[in-house]
Each structure stands twice: as structure tokens, then as C-alpha cells.
Design a protein around this ligand. Structure first.
Ligand SMILES: [Zn+2]
Ligand SMILES: [Zn+2]
Length: 389
């Protein structure tokens, strides 16, 4: 089969590789009909994530048709159309029983490596390094799906791929970001990062009853997309964000702040950013958390900080004083995707949201390497790329 393979830092090749095989009773093989490139794939592309090996197949947002099932998969049959959550979860362990699917205790066979490098091991993810399981990803013609009796969701409607594909990651991730804000009528929610996850967080905040959403980014086309979802916008290269937010909220700050940026926050003009760059380059700090610091500094007294942007390790200059003295609550987590797939599919069916609004490009799988560059460099107003094997 054809697959998009990681060949080294910023080097990808679509290659012929062996077809995946059923290895365990609970496996299924899915013939992929649509897959996407995610912002977190760029962390792999740019070489930020250790334990990648030459030839690893990328991709964790994919859907398709079941072509083979193991003996233990009673709920799926050949021909079923499914979306596959990016978190691989067994459904049986204590974390899965508690609904903490991104912390599944059984799915990562390399948990020891993750514990050594990060101090902990989350669930395994598709196409996301060997310390997170080494499972081949879905930017390919086929993929092996472990625990297929638990994770994948059958799509029985005639909804097109473009409307349901993002149930695999970014719609649930954005939704969880908004849900963690415990939104009350009249609330104002600020969202750092107006990329696809941020756009879903904004749309979800409105679905959950926010009165106002304020999007913070620096790319005019992304801010324009945010305005289309009904958000007000701030360009952080033009204004001081904490000041502007106070002005927009009668001096109090937003009721909740969502960090949809994570470890590669960009802020060219501040000394703090230069400090983070140096510390990160010399491996004294693993994150560049400008957005998170700003969110904490800007939030209303007693408000909530919801972190859905991805972090991996340690940060410096953490504003613990403002966080503590102003009674802020921090809520966070890798998305527990399986919690949200059914209820969000229901919202799509009901016409409350059409997730295809994020797509800017549809490419052939063979064009994936070019797509990564277009997406990373924000060429051609690139927002979200769907790949067709
Ligand atoms: Zn993703
Ligand atoms: Zn589990």
C-alpha cells in the first residue's frame, strides 16, 4: 500500500510499504477513505518529538471502511464505515472505565520509554512516535486499528466524510476545551489560537451557550475565519492582548480562557519569547508557553483556564502567583475522544454544526509531503488539509 512516511526531520516520502495485518483478536483493518493533517503532526515534522524512526507512517485523523476484523471484534463487520479516534484505548482499564480514554493503561506497549522521557505515559496514539506506541498512522491506504471493538464509531448515515472525519480528533478536542470552561449564560470565552482546533473550540463555546467569543491569533485569514463563526478577534501583533481583553470586558477579563496553541506558541516581539527559544534550544525548558502565560494573566478572577494545546514537558516562568491569588481553575487533558464521538455525531446529524467548515485544501495522499509544507508555512491561506488515498 501507499503511505506517508517520516524519513527524518522535515523529510517525508509517500512510499510503498507492506499492507497491515491483523495481529490481535481485537484488531480491524480499515481501508482509508479520508485522512487529515493535524497541527500536532507538525511537531513530528519539525522534529520536536523524540523516538521517531525512519519509515514511520504518520497520521492520526482517519476514517474508512472495515475490510477485515479479528475474532474478538463482534460489533463491526466487513463493509462498515467507521471513524477512528486518535487515542488508542482498551475500554477496560481503570482509566478507560473512568472515561479518561487518553490515559488508557493498556494501549501503549512502550509505556516504559514514555515514562523515562516524559515521566509518565499516556495512551498510545496512531502515528505518533515509538514512545507513544509505535502504531503506524492513517495517512495511508490501510491501517490496523487495535481495540477495534471499542474505539471506532460506525457511521450509518449518508453524511459525507468531510462532515464526520474530524470526530477523530479536532472537533472533540475543541469541544472538550469549551466544555471544560463550564460555560454559563452571558459568558465571554477567549481562545488563544485560531487554527482548526481553536475554531472548533469557538464554535463549541457558542453551542454551549457562550455569549461572546474572542479569538486571538496573528494570521488575518484565520481571524477572518474566526469572525465567520461569530467571534470577535484580536491580532496579538497589533495589540497588547491582556489590555485589549480587559477593555472588552469592563476591566474584568474573560470568564474563561482556552489555550489552543500549546508548546510552539509564537510571539516574535517579546523578550520572554526569546528567553523561551534559548531555553528550549538548549533543552533547559521543553515548552514555549507564551499563550498559556497570557491566558493566566488575562482571565477574570475566579475564572477557568482550559488547556487543549499540546504540551510535553516543563515550562519556565509559570505565573503561579496570579493563578493562586486570583482563584483561577486550570482544566486540561489530551482529548478523551471516545467520550464525545457519539454526542457530537448527534449534533452533526441535527444540523447544529457542519465540521467541514474548517477544510481549506483537499489533496491526494501522494501530495502529503507538499501539504505539510503548505500547512506549516500557512501558504495559500491553508487552514486544514484532507488527504484522499
Ligand atoms: Zn490531530
Ligand atoms: Zn484502557
Amino acid at each position: 500500500m501507499r503511505a506517508n512516511c517520516w524519513m527524518g526531520k522535515t523529510s517525508l516520502e509517500v512510499q510503498n510499504v507492506p499492507d497491515p495485518q491483523i495481529l490481535n483478536d481485537r484488531d480491524a483493518i480499515v481501508k482509508i477513505t479520508s485522512t487529515a493533517i493535524c497541527g500536532s503532526d507538525l511537531h513530528l515534522f519539525d522534529g520536536y518529538i523524540p523516538t521517531m524512526k525512519k519509515g514511520d507512517i504518520l497520521g492520526h485523523e482517519f476514517m474508512g471502511e472495515v475490510v477485515e476484523v479479528g475474532r474478538g471484534v463482534g460489533n463491526l463487520k466487513v463493509g462498515d464505515r467507521v471513524i477512528v479516534p486518535f487515542t488508542i484505548s482498551c475500554g477496560n482499564c481503570l482509566s478507560c472505565q473512568a472515561g479518561l480514554f487518553s490515559l488508557c493503561e493498556n494501549s501503549n506497549p512502550n509505556a516504559g520509554i514514555a515514562e523515562k522521557l516524559m515521566g509518565y505515559s499516556p495512551a498510545a496514539l496512531f502515528g505518533y512516535s515509538h514512545m507513544l506506541g509505535g502504531f503506524p498512522g492513517g495517512q495511508a491506504e490501510y491501517a490496523r486499528v487495535p481495540f477495534a471493538d471499542f474505539g471506532p464509531l460506525k457511521i450509518e448515515d449518508d453524511l459525507p466524510d468531510e462532515q464526520v472525519l474530524f470526530l477523530t480528533d479536532i472537533f472533540p478536542t475543541g469541544f472538550m476545551g469549551a466544555e471544560m470552561c463550564d460555560i454559563q449564560p452571558g459568558d465571554t470565552i477567549a481562545v488563544w489560537g485560531a487554527g482548526p482546533v481553536g475554531q472548533f473550540a469557538m464554535a463549541s463555546a457558542f453551542l454551549l451557550g457562550a455569549e461572546r467569543v474572542i479569538a486571538i491569533d496573528r494570521f488575518p485569514y484565520r481571524l477572518e475565519r474566526a469572525r465567520k463563526t461569530g467571534a470577535e478577534t484580536l491580532n496579538y501583533e497589533e495589540v497588547s492582548v491582556p489590555e485589549a481583553l480587559r477593555e472588552m470586558t469592563a476591566g474584568r477579563g474573560p470568564d474563561a480562557c482556552i489555550d489552543a496553541v500549546g508548546m510552539e506558541a509564537h510571539h516574535s516581539s517579546t523578550a520572554m519569547h526569546a528567553y523561551d527559544r534559548v531555553k528550549q534550544a538548549t533543552k533547559l525548558e521543553t515548552e514555549r508557553p507564551h499563550a498559556l502565560r497570557e491566558a493566566i494573566m488575562s482571565c477574570k478572577n475566579g475564572g477557568t483556564i482550559s488547556i487543549i494545546g499540546v504540551y510535553g514537558g516543563m515550562m519556565d516562568k509559570f505565573p503561579i502567583g496570579p493563578l493562586m491569588n486570583r482563584s483561577l481553575t486550570v482544566r486540561t487533558g489530551q482529548c478523551h475522544v471516545q467520550r464525545y464521538t457519539r454526542p457530537l455525531l448527534e449534533r452533526i446529524r441535527n444540523g447544529e454544526i457542519d465540521p467541514s467548515f474548517v477544510i481549506s485544501h483537499t489533496l491526494r495522499l501522494d501530495e502529503a509531503p507538499k501539504g505539510y509544507v503548505t500547512f506549516r508555512d500557512k501558504q495559500d491561506e491553508c487552514n486544514k488539509i484532507v488527504l484522499k488515498p
